[in-house]
Write a protein that binds this ligand. Structure first.
Ligand code: HEM
Ligand SMILES: [Zn+2]
Length: 518
């Protein structure tokens, strides 16, 4: 077996672009042929050629034993002194991953997710009942469209959970669940979504690799691309106005036009008839049901497009605010932790949303009684960071703290909420679903957790069930602080406004470069 130094491996990869070598846990794999059979897609492996793919590999597979069976025949070497090249932040991140695994944070609780599906069906049913009871009026059609748009948006976040194999502990059930939710409930191809989304996760905000920022000619994003395009006089749009025409070409077009086109193209190009049948079942159901209320197929189609138009605005706001205002660049071959955090930020509900909406419209699925002070047995480490549920961990796995102490009544916890893996019970009722987390957290790149919307955990640990995000989030923050990696958090309103601000800034950079004498 060949022994490579990092330098020789990189040099080899640069010399021989056809052969694709990737490194996982110090072993070198030749994936040149395998990549075309890879269930996660070929491009994903190609993007890591000549690089350490360990953290991406760990993050994106959840049945490692199965994957390792395929890896054995592909191994063609090892990297000399691999451990020496693992940076302190990388090592620390891997320890956090181990902690998350040993604490059971990757163990799915299927019941947690069922309520999301029930809610989607309830919204759909409400739309049907509204039109059925009150007939066709502007004041019934618009609310019905809004109800269906909510159902679609929620199903969108739900399919994300299945797509990342995080709802069931069986990968087969996750795959079937994904086909059902994305195909039958949303009318899209499961494989299309997987390929697109896994690419986004593996190289977020990387030009040429992340399809989510691939909008060339229409928009220029980030700082560097606009300057490059400006200097070379590329493109045909007045990019300095892109923050204005975004309202015409961005949200209104993405779902109603572009995603339909991409799905049809993908299904027919691959001949993916299974996805075709699932997708068709959605359209048959939709048109069969709603054609009862509308005078013609065309009118039903118009109603369908209205739903997609509304959903598209929701979707763009939710997904883009976490990424567009962040660093967008060509592949700098960064490590997993800094790469994800440079490309992702978290939006906080903000005091306005939290106070107003939390206390006005609450959906209690299952409430707990009053919080109580915890006992000395639930002693916590005093200088460990408080986690997002308001508790300090009982064990301090990463830092090493002095003696644990009993927490005070101010750190009161819900007694019948399940103890989390750090030994604390949450201060906020974890079973409560409030309106901010329901809508606001979705605004978190479909990575919503119950309380607040932490996107970074979903980027770093895509297969983690979302009910575990609040548990891991404080550790991620702590890790970032320790290694000087910025962990960007903003109020929801700022994050939304930043989509437009960043488009404007990129447009100005383009114009400046464009007008520079040549
Ligand atoms: C030699 C290297 C690799 C081998 C042999 C391999 C093998 C596999 C196998 C067998 C599956 C199917 C697993 C299942 O159905 O549960 C899979 C899925 C996947 N792999 Fe890999 N993989 C490799 C490297 C990578 C790397 C480096 C990445 C990320 C950059 C990656 C991302 C994915 C993704 C996203 C999936 C889809 C998960 C799913 O939906 O099932 N793989 N891979
Ligand atoms: Zn994702």
């Amino acid at each position: 077996m060949k022994i490579y130094t990092w330098e020789s491996l990189k040099e080899f990869q640069q010399r021989d672009c056809k052969q694709k070598l990737i490194v996982i846990e110090g072993k070198v794999y030749d994936v040149t042929k395998f990549m075309h059979k890879h269930p996660g897609g070929a491009k994903l492996l190609g993007a890591y050629a000549g690089e350490d793919a360990t953290d991406a590999w760990v993050a994106l597979h959840n049945d490692k034993e199965l994957v390792e069976k395929y890896m054995k025949p592909l191994q063609c070497g090892i990297v000399e002194d691999y451990e020496k090249h693992v940076s302190p932040s990388q090592a620390d991140f891997r320890r956090l991953r181990q902690l998350a695994e040993s604490s059971g944070w990757f163990r799915a609780r299927p019941l947690f997710f069922i309520k999301y599906l029930l809610q989607c069906w309830a919204f759909e049913l409400a739309a049907v009942l509204l039109l059925w009871q009150f007939g066709l009026h502007i004041w019934t059609v618009l609310p019905a469209a809004l109800l269906l748009c909510t159902a679609q948006a929620q199903a969108g976040w739900a399919q994300h959970d299945y797509g990342h194999l995080s709802v069931f502990n069986s990968r087969r059930l996750n795959h079937i669940g994904h086909e059902l939710v994305v195909g039958h409930m949303k009318g899209a191809s499961s494989h299309w979504w997987n390929f697109r989304h896994f690419l986004h996760h593996s190289k977020p905000n990387v030009v040429g690799a992340d399809p989510d920022i691939n909008v060339p000619y229409l928009f220029l994003l980030g700082d560097k691309m606009p300057q490059e395009w400006g200097k070379r006089r590329r493109g045909f749009m007045p990019y300095n106005w892109q923050h204005d025409y975004f309202w015409l070409l961005g949200p209104p077009m993405l779902l109603p036009l572009y995603f339909h086109y991409e799905n049809i193209y993908f299904i027919f190009k691959r001949g993916d008839w299974r996805d075709f049948v699932w997708t068709l079942s959605f359209f048959l159901k939709f048109f069969y049901v709603f054609n009862h209320f509308f005078p013609s197929w065309l009118a039903t189609f118009g109603f369908y497009m209205l739903v997609r138009y509304l959903e598209s605005h929701w979707f763009v706001a939710c997904t883009q605010m976490s990424h567009i205002p962040m660093d967008i660049d060509r592949d700098q071959r960064r490590e997993w932790l800094p790469m994800q955090l440079k490309a992702t930020m978290n939006a906080e509900g903000g005091s306005f949303c939290r106070e107003l909406l939390d206390h006005t419209v609450m959906l209690y699925l299952n409430g707990s009684p009053e919080p109580v002070a915890v006992t000395a047995q639930q002693a916590c480490y005093p200088d460990a960071p408080q986690n997002s549920t308001g508790c300090r961990p009982q064990e301090d796995p990463l830092n090493g703290s002095p003696e644990p102490v009993a927490v005070t009544a101010q750190q009161a916890c819900y007694p019948d909420a399940p103890q989390n893996s750090t030994g604390c019970r949450p201060q906020e009722d974890p079973l409560k679903v409030n309106i901010v987390s329901y809508f606001g957290s979705d605004i978190q790149q479909y990575s919503c957790a119950h309380f607040r919307p932490p996107t970074a955990p979903s980027s770093l640990f895509p297969t983690m069930p979302r009910h575990s995000y609040p548990l891991v989030q404080p550790h991620v923050k702590q890790l970032c602080a320790r290694h000087g990696i910025p962990y960007v958090e903003k109020p929801l309103s700022t994050a939304l406004a930043d989509i437009i601000r960043s488009l404007k800034k990129s447009g100005e950079l383009w114009l400046e470069a464009y007008q520079m004498p040549g």
